[in-house]
Write a new protein. Structure first.
Length: 512
């Protein structure tokens, strides 16, 4: 397996419009990432207006997650086959149309269909965006800056969604959490059409691996749905267990098929290269903690502290500031000077330190004294770690595999998010129930004393789950330090892996 730190003897031809292209790629990525959280705050209002039952409410979130998570690998390979620019623009247009459908929804079926379509086109758009960056930015220093911006968006976009969702829901209408995507998509699509010039010779024109598509899609859908259902129905529920068993069988069959087919959907060399494998695993684990944090802090601030949706959204600003600083001022500046593991490992450990502060949450905890510094540490650590992770995940991969390698980054995040929401919420709920059982007499008393016990039980649950999140972030740090062994990137472009997984010194040429 080739060392990704090596350099080809010739410099890749730089696209003169690459920095302008970055603006539109970043805009599209922001739209996809914030859509994962922006609907959460609007959901109660949408549920009331559309008459969605409590039992079906989760499907507004789940329909998007299943389509997005299940189709990412397929979307990444389509981007490799069609061309990343074409997939990027089609994904943007489709996402805008699906968002318009969601904003105009008149009932439950129309809303759920719109969310599934958003997930489908998001699965095409997200890997196309990341792989465009991978093939357009080949100089190590420029790549560090570009991925610093991208990493800040990928890490902080969820928090931006909470702010924007709260503002739109409180001052306009929940429908604008969908309609807001339309101008984002139009501007990004027009800009991409005019500006982006994809390097020639990077398409994968091999026949599409249909068995691989079917097995990976159904396997990932079963896995994501299993975790999503576990959150509401419990881990011992028959359908939950059945989904997990099905996902193991389907994904194991997928690996077997990919190892034997001539033109695999996901070449195993992409997944098994030590450094990329370390990125996928450590990033997926870190996202488990991040999604759990968004969930618990949102409930803590709104239910326990009584914050409005807008105030709750703005309460996440320190994390966004930390993400931006970590990605652009620490990660991007040090990426060409130190090996990636020395950014990712300490970055995840700093984030674990921020999470450790939050284990001290109490009903009367001070926002400035506890929550604000914890968020700053989390943002700084995650931003510092996310930037080299995003870059290393596609560094040195064959240009024809850039789309599917990028899709694996998004897949690890999506699966991590599903696991985080289900696993940590279950831990929190169990701890809350145990606390209420131990204080049953006081809780039954009612009045201010009973309400205080209820609030203390919720916070006890959050703190218990956050302890698990601390451990998961420490594990992410150790995995990054252990598995990722590549040195610091050189000044030239990356070595691309050939079809056999060995070094293939190809120089991209910009197509006009």
């Amino acid at each position: 397996m080739s060392k990704t730190a090596a350099n080809p003897p010739l410099a890749a031809a730089a696209d003169p419009s690459r920095w302008k292209a970055l603006v539109f790629i970043a805009l599209a990525q922001l739209m996809v990432v914030l859509d994962a959280t922006i609907v959460n705050i609007a959901l109660p209002s949408a549920q009331t207006d559309l008459g969605i039952s409590d039992g079906n409410r989760q499907w507004v979130i789940t329909a998007y997650a299943l389509a997005f998570g299940g189709l990412l690998l397929f979307g990444g390979r389509i981007a490799d086959k069609w061309g990343r620019k074409n997939a990027f623009i089609v994904g943007l247009i489709g996402f805008a149309l699906a968002s318009a459908l969601g904003g105009a929804a008149q009932g439950e079926a129309m809303m759920l269909g719109a969310r599934a379509l958003q997930g489908l086109f998001g699965a095409l758009l997200a890997p196309a965006a990341l792989s465009l960056l991978a093939v357009m930015f080949t100089d190590a220093k420029e790549r560090a800056k570009a991925f610093g911006i991208y990493g800040a968006i990928a890490g902080g976009g969820g928090a931006v969604g909470l702010i924007l969702g709260g503002f739109l829901t409180e001052y306009l209408n929940w429908r604008w959490t969908f309609f807001v995507n339309i101008p984002f998509a139009i501007v990004a699509a027009v800009g991409a059409w005019m500006i982006i010039r994809e390097p020639a010779g990077g398409r994968n024109r091999a026949p599409l691996d249909i068995p691989g598509v079917l097995l990976s899609t159904t396997g990932l859908v079963a896995l994501v749905y299993g975790f999503t259902r576990a959150e509401s129905a419990g881990w011992s529920d028959g359908l939950t267990v059945g989904m997990f068993v099905a996902s193991v069988v389907l994904l194991a069959s997928f690996v077997l098929v990919e190892s034997r087919t001539a033109h695999p959907l996901l070449p195993l060399r992409v997944l098994l290269e030590r450094n990329r494998g370390g990125v996928y695993l450590s990033l997926g684990l870190a996202v488990i903690s991040m999604f759990g944090l968004f969930l618990f802090l949102t409930y803590y601030l709104q239910v326990v502290k009584g914050f409005s949706p807008v105030k709750t959204g703005f309460a996440f600003l320190p994390m966004i500031v930390g993400m931006i600083a970590g990605s652009t001022q620490i990660g991007a500046r040090l990426m060409t000077r130190v090996p990636p593991r020395l950014l990712m490992g300490p970055g995840f450990m700093v984030a674990a330190g921020g999470m450790l502060l939050l284990t001290q949450l109490e009903v009367g905890s001070s926002y400035p004294a506890l929550i604000l510094p914890a968020q700053l540490l989390l943002g700084l650590g995650m931003g510092t770690a996310f930037m080299p992770a995003m870059s290393l995940a596609t560094y040195g991969v064959n240009p024809a595999d850039a789309g599917v390698a990028s899709a694996m980054v998004n897949t690890s995040q999506q699966v991590g998010g599903a696991i985080g929401t289900a696993l940590l919420n279950t831990i929190a709920a169990s701890a809350t129930t145990a606390y209420l059982t131990d204080h049953a007499a006081a809780a039954a008393a009612g009045g201010p004393a009973g309400q205080l016990i209820q609030a203390q039980a919720m916070v006890e649950g959050y703190a218990s789950a956050i302890w698990w999140a601390v451990g998961i972030l420490v594990a992410s740090s150790l995995i990054a330090l252990t598995l990722i062994t590549t040195g610091k990137p050189g000044a030239g472009g990356p070595v691309a892996e050939g079809a056999d997984g060995e070094a293939d010194l190809k120089v991209p040429v910009i197509a006009h």
